[in-house]
Design a protein around this ligand. Sequence first.
Ligand SMILES: CC(C)(COP(=O)(O)OP(=O)(O)OC[C@H]1O[C@@H](n2cnc3c(N)ncnc32)[C@H](O[C@H]2O[C@H](COP(=O)(O)OP(=O)(O)OP(=O)(O)O)[C@@H](O)[C@H]2O)[C@@H]1O)[C@@H](O)C(=O)NCCC(=O)NCCS
Ligand SMILES: Nc1ncnc2[nH]cnc12
Length: 289
Amino acid sequence: MTTTKPTETLATDALRALLYEVSVTPKPGLVDPASQGPHPDMTVFTFIDSALSLQPYFTQCVAVGTAFTGSDLTDLFSRIRPFGVAAEHAMRAATNAVNTHKGAIFSLGILVTASAYAAQVGLELRPTVKEMLQGLTTHDFDGLADKPSDQLTAGEKLYLRDGITGIRGEAEAGYPTVFDMALPALRQSTGTLNQPLLDTLLTIVANSTDTNLVKRAGSADIVPWAHQQAQDYLTVGGSKTAAGWAKLVELNRVFERDNLSLGGSADLLILTAFLGLREGIIENDSFSL
Ligand SMILES: CC(C)(COP(=O)(O)OP(=O)(O)OC[C@H]1O[C@@H](n2cnc3c(N)ncnc32)[C@H](O[C@H]2O[C@H](COP(=O)(O)OP(=O)(O)OP(=O)(O)O)[C@@H](O)[C@H]2O)[C@@H]1O)[C@@H](O)C(=O)NCCC(=O)NCCS
Ligand SMILES: Nc1ncnc2[nH]cnc12
């Protein structure tokens, strides 16, 4: 990917990506301006407050990425992790302790930091991300079996039970769902901004393992079902056809009825929107054809 946008706009583009994602409607399994979906503890306003609470964090990520001069990029990741933990506290302070953007804090913080560093040294973004996160899953999951079960996070439990690496596996591999599937789909999309982002979300759902979905469903068996539902939507034309809209309305109903969350997929859409903003595919709330 290439970007000519200045580093000074990175933090703002991160906030725009967070706000654009929650504004897209109608999103199955997720909060949008028209529906809370399967999230009775969150509204679109919770996400707006959450996003704005993260502005200092993204500014910190830009500063750390720009100033880094070390040779081992895993040190760059280690330097921002404490800021990420602090950002989680800021998020919970802004949302009455609700988890809106925990995953987005992790993933978007990495992309913002890597973008600032890569621009400073003239490197490509994705290799920079992979170097920063080398060994992440091994590091984070090492000794997990000895951790008290009541202290395990959702992702850690799913790794122990199903071997699902979730956000960590996606990140350490350099976000293949984003770079190899979602961003190419966004580049080829047309229409109003809402439509390409909807079709990109369902492209993500069709091609990734969302640990929120698995957690809510109680079994990884939900994943092939979700892949098929999203693919069916895309096959009938997605947001561009009446059949696609009918499928989307039906998916919204089923995900809400069955309490199924796509929080992880939403985060990957946030990353894709951020990269779309950096590449100029998305400009000033318009969408280049
Ligand atoms: C590295 C951590 C962030 C990992 O945290 P954890 O051990 O909790 O791991 P997971 O549960 O596997 O994932 C955490 C969140 O990551 C998102 N996610 C899930 N699957 C994927 C995926 N395949 N690719 C990318 N991202 C994924 C998801 O976050 C989003 O969903 C949450 C909102 O949905 P909801 O269903 O409401 O979630 P809950 O409230 O938790 O469930 P309910 O109670 O409602 O049922 C929200 O977080 C979205 O962002 C997963 O939830 C962490 O360990 C860590 O290190 N954090 C410190 C910060 C840090 O390291 N920062 C680094 C600076 S760069
Ligand atoms: N719109 C959304 N609804 C629920 N969880 C999310 N995580 C990130 N965006 C979300």
